[in-house]
Every structure is written in structure tokens, then in C-alpha cells.
Design a protein around this ligand. Structure first.
Ligand SMILES: NC(=O)c1ccc[n+]([C@@H]2O[C@H](COP(=O)([O-])OP(=O)(O)OC[C@H]3O[C@@H](n4cnc5c(N)ncnc54)[C@H](OP(=O)(O)O)[C@@H]3O)[C@@H](O)[C@H]2O)c1
Length: 260
């Protein structure tokens, strides 16, 4: 049977909780009764978040950490576990960094992979080790619909999300053997500080609170993928099954420049 976390089983850990989706999910989990360890680099934002959750059935405990620091992430997991077992983890911290024109694969590209890929791996490893000893746990990783297939103008972001979708699917095999549920969250466009600067069209964009409720509902269902909005997810999925000739023709015509 697939394990589904609940507040009686332990703490929920959310990375990237100082803004956008991570912040909203941390609040929603506190609303659903979890004690939430909320992580990001900006400690003061996490304190504000904790005070916002006062009055909810659960609570938020600020746990600042830089996800790109492998040692600090292992320590963060050990420190949270000293307060109680981590029943649910949402490895959400992520972002996108550009390089100057003519410098493809430069510092921005590396920083994007460091955050979106290694930032997840740095959490996944200590979590799997801790959950393995209990034979149960749930880990959700934030990917993106942008990871489904090559997109025009996506730089490092889409390939980093493709890597993480593949990584989550691979981790599911290991998780299944030790009682740990692995999930991938693939949102389309969500209104957050990350998308606020976008100037290109963002079809199907949804509010952050709506996205966070869908994500938390997905945690309760425990199916492998939590993807939304459905129409965008299904059309991108269908397009990725087309012969490349058709895929490129369709993408370069009507598709968004990026699906974030
Ligand atoms: N918004 C969308 O349309 C959309 C769509 C699909 C997927 N996503 C994914 O959703 C996730 C959250 O995005 P968002 O839109 O909510 O963006 P956001 O508002 O910019 O939030 C990003 C979060 O990541 C944290 N973060 C960044 N670097 C970090 C580091 N080195 N260590 C720890 N935390 C770090 C930030 O906190 P600090 O700066 O305080 O560290 C912040 O809390 C990302 O993985 C993104 O790719 C977003």
C-alpha cells in the first residue's frame, strides 16, 4: 500500500518556504494540522511566515538552510528529526538564472542546475536514509510542466526540470522498496515572484493559493504525479508523443515561450 503522510505521523518539511509556492504550501499544511519545518535562506521571511500561521491547527517552525549546501542540508534533516520524524517533505526550492547573450552554459546555467537539481538531491539523500529506518515517509519534488520537453527560450530552467522529473521517477523505484512514497509536482504557470517578471504570455496561469491547495490535495492522494492545470498538462504531454517534426512545428507556432 502506498504510504500517505498525516500530521500524527510527524513533521512536514518544506524547502523554498520564504515565498511563492513553498510559502503557500507551508501555510496550507499548517492549516491541515501539520507542524511544518519551513526552510529557505531568508530567515526573517520564515519568521513572518511562522507568525502568519498562528491560530492554524498546526504551526510553522523556521528552519533556515541553503539547499545548495549538501552538508548543511544533511544537518538540517538531522536537526528536524531531533524534533520529530519527518513524515512528509516537499523539496520545492528552485529558480531560474539567465546568462548574457552569447554565453550559453555560463554561470547562470550552472547556478540553475545547482539549485534545481543538486538542491533537491541534497535533501533527498538524508531524507531517504532517515525514512528507510522507519520504513515509511513521503517525499514530493517540485518539477514543472516545462520539464516535459524542449521549449524555445527556456535556457537552463527546462532541462533542469526535465532532469528532476527523470530523477523522481528513478527514485520512486528505490522508495517503493523501502516504503517511501515519491511524488513529482509539475505545475504550469503560477502567480509568484518567479513569474512576476515574465513578459511572455503565460497560458492557464493560476493563483498561488489555488496551486498550493491542489498540491496539498495531491499529497493526500499520493499518486506519482501532481500536474496542473490539467488542460495544459495534457496538451504538452500529447505534444511530446508526436513525431519531432510535428512537435517542433506546433511548438514554434502557438506554444508559450516557456511553461516555467
Ligand atoms: N511559479 C511558477 O509558475 C512555477 C511553475 C512550475 C514550477 N515552479 C517551481 O516551483 C518552485 C517554487 O517557485 P516559486 O514560483 O514559488 O518561486 P519563488 O517565489 O521565487 O520562490 C523560490 C523559493 O526558493 C527559495 N530558494 C532559492 N534559492 C534557495 C537556496 N539556495 N536555498 C534555499 N532556498 C532557496 C527562495 O527562498 P530564499 O531566497 O529565501 O532562499 C524562495 O523561498 C520552483 O522549484 C519552481 O521551479 C514554479
Amino acid at each position: 500500500m502506498t504510504y500517505r503522510a498525516n500530521p500524527d505521523d510527524g513533521i512536514a518539511w518544506v524547502t523554498g518556504a520564504s515565498s511563492g509556492i513553498g510559502r503557500g504550501v507551508a501555510l496550507e499544511l499548517a492549516r491541515r494540522g501539520y507542524v511544518v519545518a519551513a526552510s529557505a535562506r531568508r530567515a526573517e521571511e520564515l519568521q513572518t511566515l511562522a507568525s502568519e500561521a498562528v491560530g492554524h491547527p498546526g504551526r510553522i517552525e523556521p528552519t533556515p538552510v541553503d539547499v545548495t549546501d549538501r552538508e548543511a542540508m544533511a544537518k538540517a534533516v538531522a536537526e528536524i528529526e531531533s524534533r520529530g520524524p519527518i513524515a512528509l517533505a516537499f523539496l520545492n526550492a528552485g529558480g531560474s538564472f539567465d546568462d548574457a547573450a552569447g554565453d550559453f552554459g555560463g554561470a547562470g546555467f550552472r547556478k540553475t542546475f545547482e539549485l534545481n537539481v543538486f538542491g533537491v538531491v541534497n535533501g533527498l539523500n538524508p531524507l531517504m536514509n532517515a525514512m528507510k529506518t522507519r520504513g515509511k515517509g513521503q517525499i514530493a519534488i517540485n518539477g514543472s510542466l516545462a520539464g516535459y520537453g524542449g521549449l524555445p527560450g527556456a535556457g537552463a530552467y527546462a532541462p533542469s526540470k526535465a532532469a528532476i522529473i527523470n530523477l523522481a521517477a528513478g527514485a520512486k523505484f528505490s522508495g517503493d522498496r523501502i516504503g517511501v512514497t515519491i511524488q513529482i509536482v509539475n505545475p504550469g504557470f503560477v502567480r509568484t515572484p518567479l513569474t512576476a517578471a515574465n513578459t511572455h504570455p503565460m497560458p492557464g496561469i493560476i493563483d498561488c493559493d489555488d496551486a498550493c491547495r491542489r498540491i496539498c490535495d495531491g499529497f493526500e492522494r499520493a499518486g506519482f504525479e501532481i500536474a496542473f492545470p490539467r488542460r495544459l498538462a495534457w496538451s504538452l504531454r500529447a505534444m511530446n508523443h508526436l513525431p519531432y517534426r510535428l512537435y517542433f512545428a506546433l511548438m514554434s507556432r502557438g506554444a508559450p515561450k516557456r511553461a516555467n
